[in-house]
Design a protein around this ligand. Structure first.
Ligand code: NAD
Length: 365
């Protein structure tokens, strides 16, 4: 990339990465001066969270295992009651974007220290962004104080991430990097980070699909998660994230799977208007047909390939198109409602192989 006009403001983040890095937690808790730590998790990960509690046993004051997707404000209120009851002065969120989202929602309300231990590749730990749901409406805000005090990436914590979530969560992360590459406010540092993040997942996900306990691939994927999350936290997202936001927020489609289905479609739609992103993808996949390579990559991982597979109804497509074009995010390619309706229909049917290629050819005419 040749340097063009850009502005860049780095986020203050402390990150520790490595096998067994979780054992650095007690020293880090000392470092920030915390004395009473509340661990956060989902119900599904409560058992594993007990291991974290054992590691911080000197300062542990309990576990709140009620984290759920989309950070409902009622759950945050319950967690805040627990914080007050056990007189916690720091949080350790152990889990994916849902649990880390809860940690952010508490910390932005009361200023507590928040240490994140990511166990998926969603990337929330690296962003100053918080999405919350109140009475079924999801709103997102950005504030530097939302960023966790510290992130500890220990690949050991991801070894049990099931095959399907590993793949979809990895594609969720890759979507951050793809959109960062064509962001309106992109800059050279974030473009390098995004390309390296895509490359990490391009290498790691096929190996994880074959062997969940491939330690080298797990470490590479978690490294990719940090990079892609950093890209998400630093530049604006475009059409892909807008559509996924609509499908998750208003149609309750599952977060990572929706990203996995939509990404090849939106990428093909935007490709003609984002040659620099396509070139970076080509380098990351070591291919001179990057879109084809990416589609084959998705297929090889066995992820869902259509919105209908995720439970989206055909009648919902019109409303989804309306919502996606209302207050649109900036996008490298201009679009109208009919474009988005057609894009959604292709994704709903899962016939992106034909549709995506056609679109690209049209763009290149
Ligand atoms: P998640 O946190 O909901 O986790 C999915 C499921 O996998 C949960 O049941 C969880 O308990 C389980 N799980 C997680 N790690 C596991 C492991 N290592 N082993 C076994 N099971 C494990 O899913 P997610 O995709 O990480 O996060 C989605 C949420 O995060 C959404 O609400 C999304 O909006 C939010 N998010 C926010 C940002 C941001 O920057 N604010 C970024 C990405 C995602």
């Amino acid at each position: 990339m040749s340097p063009d006009t850009f502005s860049y403001e780095s986020l203050a983040a402390r990150v520790l990465f490595g096998w067994d890095a979780i054992h650095r937690l007690p020293a880090e808790i000392d470092r920030i001066g915390a004395k009473r730590v509340l661990v956060l998790s989902t119900l599904q990960q409560a058992k594993d969270a007990e291991r974290v509690m054992a590691i911080v046993s000197k300062t542990s004051v309990g576990l709140f295992s009620g984290a759920v997707m989309h950070t409902p404000v009622e759950v945050t209120a319950q967690a805040l009651e627990t914080v007050t009851r056990v007189r916690a002065d720091a949080l350790v969120s152990f889990g994916g974007g849902s649990t880390i989202g809860l940690g952010k929602a508490i910390a932005i309300r009361n200023g507590m220290h928040h240490i994140a231990l990511p166990t998926t590749y969603a990337g929330s730990e690296a962003t100053p962004i918080l999405g919350e749901t109140d009475k079924g409406v999801k709103t997102t805000r950005r504030d530097p104080r939302i960023l966790p005090t510290l992130v500890i990436y220990d690949p050991e914590l991801t070894l049990n991430l099931p095959r399907s979530i590993s793949a979809t969560s990895g594609l969720n992360a890759m979507a951050h990097a793809v959109e960062a590459l064509y962001a309106q406010d992109r800059n050279p540092i974030i473009s390098i980070i995004a390309e390296e993040g895509i490359k990490a997942f391009a290498r790691a996900l096929p190996r994880i699909a074959r062997d969940l306990h491939d330690r080298e691939a797990r470490a590479t994927a978690l490294y990719g998660a940090w990079l892609c999350g950093t890209a998400l936290g630093n530049v604006g997202m475009a059409l892909h994230h807008k559509i996924c936001h609509v499908l998750g927020g208003s149609f309750d489609l599952p977060h990572a799977e929706t990203h996995a289905v939509m990404l090849p479609h939106v990428l093909a739609f935007n490709a003609g208007a984002a040659p620099q992103a396509v070139a970076a993808l080509g380098r990351a996949f070591d291919s001179n047909q990057p879109l084809k390579a990416f589609r084959e990559f998705c297929l090889s991982l066995g992820v869902p390939t259509s919105l209908s597979q995720l439970g989206m109804t055909e009648v919902g497509l019109d409303r989804a198109a309306d919502l996606a074009v209302a207050n649109p995010y900036w996008n490298p390619r201009n679009f109208n409602r009919a474009d988005i309706r057609a894009l959604l229909e292709g994704a709903w049917k899962g016939d992106w192989q034909v549709e995506a290629t056609d679109r690209l050819e049209k763009d290149n005419e």
